[in-house]
Design a protein around this ligand. Sequence first.
Ligand code: G4P
Length: 526
Amino acid sequence: MSLINEINKRRTFGIVSHPDAGKTTLTEKLLLFGGAIQVAGAVKSNKIKKHATSDFMEIERQRGISVATSVMAFPYRDLQINILDTPGHKDFAEDTYRTLTAVDSVIVVIDVAKGVEEQTEKLVEVCRMRHTPIIVFINKLDREGKDAFDLLDEIETRLHLKVTPLSWPIGMGQDFKGVYSLFEKKFIHFMPHGKQDGEEVVKIESIEDQHLGKIAGERLHLQFKSDLETVHGVYPEFNREDYLKGKLCPVFYGSAVNNFGVRELLDCFVEIAPTPLSRDAEERTVLPDEKKMSGFVFKIHANMDPKHRDRIAFFRICSGVFERNTNYHHVRLDREVKFSNPTSFMAARKEVIDEAYAGDVVGLYDNGNFKIGDSLTEGESLHFKGIPRFSPEIFRYVDNADPSKFKQFAKGLEQLMDEGVAQLFVKEESQRKIIGVVGALQFDVIQYRLEHEYGAKCSYEPLQLHKALWVQCNDPKKLEEFKQRRKKDLAYDKDGKMVLLADSAWTLRLVQENFPDVHFNISSEI
Ligand code: G4P
């Protein structure tokens, strides 16, 4: 098959949600449709359990297992679907952000009762920055929840997305009768205890159809007709161009656990979702159908076995064909590397592959050569853009606790930071090292891994900080003045970029007022 055909077959996306909204359940149902798994529960058993938050070893163990489900590829119709798992656990949020750089579109799952939640807000912000096309799936319609219009308002105001519903619910909770698909103009009857699928498609001539009235009952039928009028009056018609530009976001309603509305979602997704997109590098834009292979590492996963310090680097192919046992140019190290057993991820099993195409993600065994953001090419110097790093939320000073193991401490810390476990800053004045994380658990993980994988010991000292903000200023004089005045609050990240360590939101405001020409960014590109 030609390169272009292979690329056009691929749909690479991520499912994001706040923990508990139903991401795992939805993923599993999609895999069942694709025949990638035979029984429900296969993905779920790999999931990082929320109740284990106090036990980081358990989380690390489960994280080790979940590498198999980090990327799930399955065929559907004549397409190849790649789902990239975006860890939902709060402590792995940074990993999740970076995974979003490797997808071409996302499905956001929202719990009908809870509406838009914090983690969803943060993740959608990253998607918006990148103009990633988004589909929203409002889940758990079998339960009482918020009003369908209120939810759309909430999505518009809190997620700053322009929406258009492509399905509309009739009733909710106890009264839930089904959804009307505006995309396919059909009614899907919710049958929780009836058919295995939880749904039955009912052909209706129009929304006035008597049959619909019978199923929904007079009150809900009337309500539905009036709702639909409002929908047509208020929301724009679906338009694929706008969706692909990330300007319009279609919304579906359903119930993942009942397998209700999932097929409709998938069928619409495969029609509208983008094929592998071009990617911007600092040097130029890379098109997926270019003959020469290129791609970047967006995630690094450590081996859980301390005797083998190898890691798996997740590599997104941006153009061309990736082949086994072929020399590629490692741009940062400026040398050739080749891989004898790159793996693909077919749900829950890993297998060595001979070739993979733009849009695919392959796992590369690595013993310390990769950092997040690294690129491989066939010789060209390309640095892919848009791999974000966000301000951590919790900070501590980190010190070497065993002077005889300083080398191990330095190396361990460096490698863990390359993996993206946390962020390291060095204070300008004191040269002290600071670790910043999104979830406090990572401190324990770092301490444990330094000891068990590198034979080093670290100690922490509390540090009350609000945020680390990357400093940018086009006026060298003003920047110098700022540097002199705030010296004690300055630090440098791993790449030598200057950050302001603001100890409170109040201090940050004050600094912003005093230095209007200096920009303080909550994210930076790797
Ligand atoms: P997550 O990956 O986003 O964290 O969510 P997950 O799929 O694990 O779903 C969270 C809980 O919500 C699960 O229940 C799941 O069964 C339930 N759920 C998912 N979809 C629906 C739905 O459409 N309706 C209803 N009523 N519940 C749904 P749990 O009790 O936490 O786990 P389990 O014991 O069912 O495995």
